[in-house]
Write a protein that binds this ligand. Structure first.
Ligand SMILES: *[C@@H]1O[C@H](CO)[C@@H](O)[C@H](O)[C@H]1NC(C)=O
Ligand SMILES: *[C@@H]1O[C@H](CO)[C@@H](O)[C@H](O)[C@H]1NC(C)=O
Length: 272
């Protein structure tokens, strides 16, 4: 049993160490290649996750294989903190993404999204202009609106209105229906003088890399998308939590075994 739990921790950490190499490499690659704000925004989290995984794996691996008590203690403590943080994050994200839904628009196949429907915390995050500029850059990189324009070529208004648009396409690529703009094509609308008093409507631009990216409807669309994705992220988090609890238990076991054997006067430097 003594060696069993140590071997498991050793093997597991070897696996996560190997996994951390491409993650860290990918982060560094992004850092050297990144030219848009979107990629720059991603590089630090990826590098941080890769480096963290690499250090923790090394600590766990050396701790378990060489039976270094303080390293194993450190490893178990980090696991415990990770479990608590991941649990809090999961609960917090569920609470924060609970509010808000798309609104159906009469005669339209798509829904529209209002920023005010989402939780205050999320609203504040997307309203902060430094955050929003990065998200906007990611939307432009992803060519969300370009793909909408490409598959709506030659469509007349009636055909376009029947489309089922994603929240981001609905919020960012076209002006809100309440503005009463006149459809020319999916990403080109002409405004009528009476309607330009609404702040939201004046944010619309026919410039193909501006469109409604500054509209509140676009921020709401991003939040609607986040809410939708959260279901999947939540499931991944719960699986990760279970895995971490198992690793933590085995780690505790390995740690306790070393202490017990130490009390029994067993010397570890003879370990093969
Ligand atoms: C949409 O209409 C504008 C103005 O007529 C035109 O410049 C643009 O190329 C059109 N876009 C597409 C995808 O057809
Ligand atoms: C915008 O104009 C359309 C008609 O052109 C009208 O039906 C609509 O109520 C107007 N909306 C606003 C917010 O003024």
């Amino acid at each position: 049993m003594v060696r069993f739990s140590n071997n498991i921790i050793g093997l597991l950490n070897f696996a996560t160490f190997v996994l951390s190499i491409p993650i860290l490499g990918g982060g560094i690659w992004l850092a050297t290649k990144a030219d848009s704000d979107c990629e720059k925004f991603l590089q630090w989290p990826v590098i941080a996750i890769g480096a963290f995984l690499m250090i923790v794996s090394l600590v766990g691996f050396v701790g378990a294989c060489c039976r270094v008590k303080w390293l194993l203690w450190f490893y178990v403590a980090v696991m415990f903190i990770l479990i608590v943080l991941l649990f809090c994050f999961t609960v917090f994200a569920f609470v924060v993404t609970n509010k808000g839904a798309g609104e159906t628009v009469s005669g339209k196949g798509y829904k529209e999204y209002k920023l005010g429907d989402y939780s205050n915390w999320l609203q504040k995050r997307v309203e902060k202009s430094s955050n929003w500029n990065k998200i906007k850059s990611c939307l432009q990189d992803a060519k969300v609106c370009k793909s909408l324009a490409d598959d709506s070529v030659n469509e007349v208004a009636e055909q376009f209105y029947k489309k089922n648009l994603s929240p981001i396409q609905s919020g960012c690529c076209k002006p809100p229906t309440s503005c009463g703009f006149v459809y020319v094509n999916a990403t080109y609308w002409t405004s009528t003088a009476s309607n330009s008093t609404d702040m939201e409507c004046s944010k619309w631009s026919n410039e193909q890399d501006e469109l409604c990216y500054n509209c509140n409807s676009c921020k709401a669309g991003v939040l609607a998308n986040l809410k939708h994705d959260w279901r999947k992220i939540g499931v991944i988090n719960i699986v990760m939590l279970i895995a971490l609890v198992v690793v933590y238990s085995v780690g505790c076991c390995a740690f306790r075994n070393i202490r017990r054997d130490e009390r029994n006067g067993y010397k570890y430097n003879t370990y093969p």
